[in-house]
Design a protein around this ligand. Structure first.
Ligand code: C2O
Ligand code: CU
Length: 483
């Protein structure tokens, strides 16, 4: 059994994501409204504080903030072609919104307060509606005060199932996240510090998968298991392995950020915050035998979870990872593409929060603006002081044209760069061989220059930022305009 129920939705299903019991009954009794022929899935997401035990006793349950009864919930599953109507209900004492990370959606549904929508105030509701054009493993999270809200667990998974392609005997979500907890009491520590924000980020003290410390996750004996690995941490880069497989080959990557690529061994693909890998591995034949999910990024490899074979062994078949059906991402024309430099650097001079911006950016407040700026894109920190309204875009692109972004990391730190509304093609790096692939977030190594390309077919203002949340919050954010 997976460690938490996935919400499998079909036809027109109304579902309150408030509780696992409700979720489970929605799975069992998924109400089909025959009146609508449309493949519409409706979900309600109530963001509010909820207690959840992360640490063993005598520590107390921790004060999380979640979209469902338990982190990491909910897992929204759509079939490709289905439309999602998701209503955020703000049960917090601050404004918020939902950003649908990795989805190529209309700009108005992108969930960035004061850029694409008005912030949803306490007690208010906001409905998002879109049909994801691509299958894959996506997620969603807020876009202001993210350092605290995501730090407390405000994130959920959005899975779009592909049509056709290989069959798996199990399909799991594994959300890797550390928590900044006092191990004795279960209370949260400070989510940010100048030291963390200006360097590699503030790290958690407790590592978990799906909110549990070293959980045992049951998988069907001798089955082919698809695991959707998510790094939803705010700071930590991980590099995962599945150890102990009987064929010795470990797991194979079949998608990056939800985008299929020719299967390749899971053997050195670092995952920065927000990155996802879909992998497939063969479970042990004999019930009770286990595999380990391990993070080998640090000097000391760290076991994160155990996969345990259960049930009668499935019939023998050769283990041969197959490619998922290809995505239909608009192909950039590299011959005519214009090169746009984007330099990620430290801020010229650390600036302090300018409260005058509160009056010039009516939708923004201290939760959306940097308290300090340590970082910049093309020498502009977010927010850039002294503007009448929003800071200007990093660049304005012509709708329909192709562009190559030359992402230059001028710092000695890692920066996973995310672009909203687009899935880009990762082309090349000046520092390492690059496996050509599509992604929505790419890890820039210190001093690296990396080229990614898009066809600018999706109009609107789209955020570009580092997904180390403290970097995003202290200036390493901007937006591109496609018009
Ligand atoms: Cu997960 Cu603005 O991003
Ligand atoms: Cu960064």
């Amino acid at each position: 059994m997976p460690v938490f129920p996935a919400l499998r939705l079909s036809r027109r299903t109304l579902l309150r994501a408030g509780g696992t019991a409700l979720a489970a009954s929605a799975v069992a009794g998924g109400r089909s409204l025959a009146a609508s022929g449309a493949d519409l899935v409706e979900v309600e997401l109530l963001a509010k504080p909820r207690l959840q035990r992360i640490l063993p006793e005598p520590a107390a349950p921790s004060p999380l903030i979640t979209y469902a009864e338990r982190f990491p919930g909910p897992v929204i599953r759509l079939r490709k072609g289905q439309r999602l109507r998701a209503t955020l209900v703000n049960g917090l004492d601050e404004h918020t919104s939902i950003h649908w990370h990795g989805i190529r959606l209309p700009n108005a549904e992108d969930g960035v307060p004061f850029l694409t929508q008005a912030a949803t105030r306490p007690g208010e509701r906001h409905t998002y509606e879109f049909t994801p054009p691509d299958s894959g493993s996506f997620f969603f999270h807020p876009h202001c005060n993210t350092v605290e809200l995501l730090g407390r667990g405000l994130a959920g998974a959005l899975i779009v199932e592909e049509e056709g392609g290989p069959k798996f005997d199990a399909d799991l979500v594994c959300m890797v996240k550390d928590w900044i907890l006092d191990k004795a009491t279960g209370a949260f520590g400070d989510f940010t510090s100048d030291r963390g924000a200006s360097r590699a980020g503030t790290f958690g003290t407790v590592s978990t998968v799906n909110g549990r410390i070293d959980p045992v996750i049951d998988v069907p004996a001798n089955g082919d298991v698809r695991a959707r690995l998510y790094n939803v941490d705010s700071s930590r880069v991980i590099d995962l392995r599945v150890e102990g497989t009987e064929n010795g080959g470990g797991a194979w990557i079949i998608a990056v950020d939800g985008n299929p690529l020719p299967p390749r061994p899971l053997d050195g693909w670092p995952m920065a915050p927000a990155m996802r890998l879909d992998v497939v591995f063969r479970a042990p034949k004999e019930a009770g035998k286990t595999l380990r999910l391990t993070n080998v990024y640090s000097a000391e490899p760290k076991p994160l979870a155990t996969f345990r074979a259960t049930g009668p062994a499935l019939p023998n078949k050769r283990f041969a990872p197959r490619a998922l059906p290809p995505a239909a991402i608009p192909e950039p024309d590299l011959k005519t593409a214009q090169v746009v430099p984007m330099a990620f650097s430290a801020a010229a001079a650390p600036q302090s929060f300018d409260s005058a911006l509160l009056t010039t950016l009516p939708e923004a407040d201290s939760r959306c603006l940097a308290a300090k700026t340590f970082w910049a894109i093309n020498q502009q920190s977010w927010p850039e002081g002294g503007h009448e309204r929003l800071p200007p875009p990093i660049v304005t692109l012509d709708k329909g044209r192709s562009y190559i972004f030359e992402l230059a990391n001028l710092t000695p730190h890692l920066h996973p760069i995310h672009i909203h509304g687009y899935t880009f093609k990762v082309l090349s790096s000046d520092g390492r061989p690059v496996v050509p692939h599509h992604a929505d977030t790419v890890l820039l190594e210190p001093k690296e220059r990396l080229r990614v390309a898009i066809k600018a077919d999706n109009p609107g203002d789209w955020m570009v930022h580092c997904h180390i949340i403290e970097h995003q919050d202290t200036g390493m954010m901007g937006y591109i305009r496609v018009a």
